[in-house]
Design a protein around this ligand. Sequence first.
Ligand SMILES: NC(=O)c1ccc[n+]([C@@H]2O[C@H](COP(=O)([O-])OP(=O)(O)OC[C@H]3O[C@@H](n4cnc5c(N)ncnc54)[C@H](OP(=O)(O)O)[C@@H]3O)[C@@H](O)[C@H]2O)c1
Length: 241
Amino acid sequence: MRALIVDPDAPGSLRLGTAAEPVPAPHQLMLEVRHISLNRGEVAFAGQRPPGTVHGHDAAGVVARAAADGTGPAAGTRVVAFGAGAWAERMVVDTTAVAEVPREVDLADAAALPMAGITALRTLQSRSILGRRVLITGAAGGVGRYAVQLAALGGAHVIASAGSAARAGGLAGLGADEVVIGLDGIDRPVDLILDNVGGPQLAAAWKLLAPGGVSRTSGGRPASLPCSSRTRCSPSVRPRR
Ligand SMILES: NC(=O)c1ccc[n+]([C@@H]2O[C@H](COP(=O)([O-])OP(=O)(O)OC[C@H]3O[C@@H](n4cnc5c(N)ncnc54)[C@H](OP(=O)(O)O)[C@@H]3O)[C@@H](O)[C@H]2O)c1
């Protein structure tokens, strides 16, 4: 089958090639892949994967063969999937890692959901956001656009930070109460930061946290933060002690 395969000698460390047909375990279904989604981390760090790996995690398509153990959807069901080896004509995936796609949802739209959507959801679930001021950096990106919508649906006051005015388009329509460039114009403390950028911007945003506030980063550039007994840093940042 055709697949996007890790190749350190190819541009971006990825090439279109052929791979062996995947073999499902009893708890896995076989998916006929119709659409895939690319995420920043997968593309940026493809070269760190073993050569020959079929790359990618997000796909949507039609179940070609149901799982042998009887779990999950039947053959012919339209599903979105999250698993290794998604950027190929076929993938095998655990039945616990797929969801049926409603008839009115386009499969191409569904393919964009898993990694970015789950990252945004899990990060926002770290605390109650109802009525809270939530700052989302990198809001124009994949994770950021889901986070803006989910935070607005959750009843937060959403401050969406983009890198430029050109990239900020559409964020108000997704539910942002304030749209800022960088951190310009944020004049009151925030209760939760969902950071997608890292680096100096995260360090600057950290100073905007209200007492008891929480900052969660999804893994952007390393940041140096002034951690103390009053402040706790999440594991994915590199604190300065
Ligand atoms: N841990 C996980 O499971 C997980 C899962 C998914 C993603 N991630 C990480 O989360 C981050 C966001 O992922 P993504 O898929 O949303 O990426 P993305 O679509 O490329 O979005 C990243 C956003 O960051 C902004 N940005 C980058 N550098 C910036 C800078 N110097 N100043 C201001 N803004 C800057 C960009 O803003 P503009 O568009 O405004 O220029 C862009 O929209 C990445 O670091 C990714 O690796 C982690």
